[in-house]
Design a protein around this ligand. Structure first.
Ligand code: G3I
Length: 345
């Protein structure tokens, strides 16, 4: 751990990693603290993580562990995620009798209130224990406000996923989510005098691919035209060695003319299986080329986050060793590539 140059010193944008509380102690914590300046809660700030059976909003102990760890180690927290079609309690979309909400005005009012209560509840909860956003004690720097709202196919003219949010509220749920998040995180619970301390992101996957990228861009343009307070465009970049690195660059360039910052939010690069030494070296070159692109676009980048610290912890481990470090906390060729160092033979 001690011999390697810290990854974060090799780039001029913040570099982060998605974790849960397992990475806040021992060797994992040491490795993390050396190489990364930001953390994203991989699972424990998702909508359903905030609620028990009684439907009362409470912070998950894992989320507390991450906030405490960030506070103690001077790391920024990139929150994930306020509004998603997945990992959301079913009752959000049901009436008091447990029946699905319809799209009538009464149902829409109910869901708008639930959305507002959720967003304000999360902000209030975090500010209560860590101080107002933008103060020295609160590590939160950003939040994915809406995640994966763009459809995978081009069948709908609006290009949006047919989620429960969309079924009941239509595109309006996106505008509302940002409006509530802006009011809660950047006004009501912000430190006096701080200027928009929490950067508000829209986030999606496959944004390096043609059709999805077109739909994403069109949506972001519509939001900006309507004055929706979206600050940043997130690219997950869950890719494999088969995805040309210039597609990642193309995605960043596609949004470069818009008045938004951008982030790489969930980077991982699978090798395919079996995981051979040759493939790990190829992966090292892939990370090298990708980080070259990120360095070239540093001015547009809010942060670059890898989706996990060590391979065994990755949601994509079965597709081949996607991350920078192995399960013994050893740097892989991928780390050397990302850091712009010479690759081990
Ligand atoms: O914590 C439980 C554990 O108690 C239980 O024994 C076990 C049995 O399956 O499940 C554990 O929960 C799992 C959780 O990860 C923690 O490991 C869930 O089943 C599993 O569904 C969950 O997967 C997460 C997935 O999102 C679904 O929310 C992945 O860790 C996480 O990496 C992944 O992240 C998403 C981003 O949020 C959005 N973009 C895509 C990305 C990858 O799918």
């Amino acid at each position: 751990i001690e011999d390697l140059p810290p990854l974060r010193d090799t780039v001029d944008f913040p570099v982060g990693v998605a974790i849960d509380s397992r990475e806040t102690t021992g060797a994992a914590a040491q490795l993390l603290d050396r190489h990364f300046g930001r953390i994203t809660p991989e699972n424990h700030m998702k909508p359903e993580a905030w609620y028990d059976e009684d439907r009362t909003l409470r912070r998950h102990p894992e989320a507390t562990a991450l906030m405490d760890f960030a506070q103690e180690n001077d790391l920024g927290v990139y929150g994930h995620v306020l509004v998603w079609h997945s990992q959301t309690p079913e009752w959000f979309f049901q009436d008091d009798a447990g029946e699905p909400l319809t799209a009538d005005e009464a149902s829409r009012t109910v869901l708008r209130e639930r959305l507002r209560d959720h967003v304000f509840g999360v902000a209030e909860n975090l500010a209560a224990d860590y101080g107002p956003f933008g103060s020295d004690t609160n590590p939160l720097v950003a939040f994915d406000v809406v995640n994966e709202v763009v459809s995978d196919g081009g069948e709908n003219p609006d290009g949006l996923r047919r989620s429960e949010w969309f079924r009941i509220l239509g595109e309006e749920f996106i505008d509302l989510a940002f409006a509530y998040a802006d009011e809660a995180f950047n006004e009501t619970y912000a430190a006096p005098g701080s200027a928009r301390p929490v950067t508000l992101f829209i986030n999606d996957y496959n944004t390096e691919q043609g059709g999805k990228q077109d739909r994403y861009r069109a949506l972001v343009e519509r939001l900006l035209e309507r004055g929706v307070p979206v600050d940043g465009v997130g690219h997950q970049f869950h890719v494999s060695l088969a995805m040309p690195v210039n597609a990642l660059e193309g995605a960043l360039e596609r949004f470069a003319d818009l008045p938004v910052t951008q982030a790489v939010t969930e980077l991982d690069v699978t090798t395919g299986t079996p995981v051979t030494q040759a493939r790990l070296i190829d992966q090292g070159y892939y990370y090298r080329d990708a980080f070259e692109v990120f360095r070239a676009h540093a001015e547009d980048l809010f942060s670059v986050t890898v989706w996990g610290l060590t391979d065994g912890r990755s949601w994509r481990v079965d597709s081949g060793a996607p991350l920078l470090f192995d399960d013994r906390f050893q740097a892989k060729p991928a780390y050397f590539g990302a850091a712009g160092a010479e690759l081990p033979a």
